[in-house]
Write a protein that binds this ligand. Structure first.
Ligand code: NAI
Length: 291
């Protein structure tokens, strides 16, 4: 019996790339899957049914259970309908993988409001809207749940030309950390995934030769594991996963100086001295491909 037998999952943006791999991986472990995809282009324009339908057909051909959903994560009604589809078709909802995404890369100097808004809308607001609907359902069921939110090293570390995308992805990581605290009592874990995979989103950044090394299905086993009972105590974490490498991204704290809280405030000169005295101990800034 699969590790996720009896569980029901929604994967947004599951018509291709990472979402497809996650949906196939979850189904292979016995989960019933709502395969959501708007079916548009990489920049978010257009829509269609063939992407979601194709992945549903693949899951069924492998002996699994799945249903297509063609709505947009940017629509409150579609988000509610995604959850309603899970409940109507499979009776419940245990797992939400927020994965849908678009790109509108541009240096900040040239970025338009439209490019900013479109990316924030799909990634940050889309993650919020679908989680909003799923959260209520998971709480009503009273049996916990799993939410995995897709961030990026672009948001966690930084990447040139992606101010809109990096802001959205950092927002998703912050959203995740708060929900991890709020879901704990109800047994709902919320974790962040920062993937690296060769997909239509990255095909012009990664070289052709990296397609196999960074195949999307090298990320999905971590997503599937996070949904199993083995990971019930893993909450509020950030996993960077790609090319068969799994990293946990966390924080280090360096106390730069401390005065008695009852004493007078630090002077700017004292701050300057403390900064300079510790500067060599500051952790160096990471580069995107390092994690
Ligand atoms: P992709 O372009 O193959 O997949 C994104 C999917 O989301 C597409 O199938 C698209 O149709 C769907 N989608 C777009 N807007 C939607 C909407 N409004 N409603 C529903 N579905 C929508 O790209 P990929 O690489 O598979 O990306 C998946 C996620 O992983 C994204 O959130 C992306 O930002 C993130 N990511 C990917 C990285 C990579 O190396 N491929 C690196 C870091 C993050």
């Amino acid at each position: 019996m699969g590790k996720l037998y009896g569980k029901v999952a929604i994967v947004t943006g599951a018509g291709g790339g990472l979402g497809r791999a996650h949906a196939l991986g979850l189904a292979a472990e016995g989960a019933k899957v709502v395969v959501n995809d708007l079916g548009g282009k990489r920049d978010g324009s257009g829509e269609g049914h063939s992407m979601a339908d194709g992945v549903v057909a693949e899951i069924k051909a492998a002996g699994g259970q799945a249903v297509a959903h063609y709505g947009s994560v940017t629509s409150e009604a579609d988000a509610a309908d995604m959850v309603a589809t899970a409940v109507k078709t499979f009776g419940r909802l245990d797992i939400l993988i927020n994965n849908a995404g678009i790109l509108r890369d541009r240096t900040f100097k040239k970025m338009t409001h439209e490019e900013w808004d479109a990316v924030i809308n799909v990634h940050l607001r889309g993650t919020y809207l679908v989680t909003r609907a799923a959260w209520d359902q998971m709480l009503a069921q009273g049996q916990g749940g799993r939410v995995i939110n897709t961030s990026s090293t672009s948001g966690l570390i930084g990447n040139f030309g992606q101010a809109n995308y990096g802001a959205a992805k950092a927002g998703i990581a912050g959203f995740t950390r708060v929900l991890a605290l709020e879901g704990m009592k109800a047994g709902i874990t919320v974790n962040t995934l920062a993937p690296a995979a060769f997909s239509r989103m990255t095909e012009d950044i990664m070289q052709e030769g990296q397609a196999e090394r960074f195949a999307p299905d090298k990320v999905s086993p971590v997503v599937v594991w996070l949904c199993t009972d083995e990971a019930k105590d893993v909450n509020g974490r950030q996993f960077c996963v790609g090319g068969n490498r799994i990293s946990l991204l966390s924080w280090q704290v360096l106390v730069i100086g401390e005065h008695n809280p009852k004493a007078a405030p630090w002077t700017v000169d004292e701050v300057d001295a403390a900064m300079k005295a510790t500067r060599e101990q500051w952790p160096r800034l990471l580069k995107p491909m390092e994690v």
